[in-house]
Design a protein around this ligand. Sequence first.
Ligand code: ADP
Length: 203
Amino acid sequence: MLKSPYHGGHLEVIVGPMFSGKSEELIRRLNRAVIARQRVAVFKPALDNRYHASQVASHAGRTIEAVAVQGVAAIGAHLAGEGTLLSAPGHLLPEVVGIDEAQFFGPDLGPLALGLAEAGVRVILAGLDLDFRAEPFGCVPDLLARAESVEKLTAICTVCGAPATRSQRLIGGQPARYDDPVVLVGAQETYEARCRVHHIVRR
Ligand code: ADP
């Protein structure tokens, strides 16, 4: 059975604003690999420095088992069999590696993803292409350039219903300022999908 149109390993990237269905699409592709009885490993960023079993979840409620890791080095260590969850004897590299929230991993994600692809792994990354200011987000633009396959999804603008390509950050119900810190302690912060016209960044 033809597993994918690519010969050997490759990199697939799924991007778009919040609520565009990136996690849904990642879960869909990974579930199909599970049905095909391929070895699948899924990672997402953790808020603490331990490995722990977790889930990638879409806003619509679909989930897949995942390992929460603090950084790229922990993904590498885990795949090398040093993790607490996959360290079975005779451990093999997975055939498919999925990573959600790719924008939160540092610049080392590129070399890891490309190294896995070189080693024959199908790597599927999902993440935000743009930050709340609508500027390219971290390591993701580089990954988009290097990927074999890119899917750019849109959400629905919460103001007008048009396709939304941006994530509106709201603090206390008001559009965030350009210079607002990425982490605001104690503030009531929410995000909405918006089109270009209705995306506001206060300067
Ligand atoms: P992402 O990973 O891109 O944030 P998810 O896969 O978690 O997206 O969630 C997508 C789901 O979010 C949609 O299928 C839909 O049920 C829901 N949703 C809520 N708000 C919106 C919106 N403004 N536009 C599109 N989908 C939305």
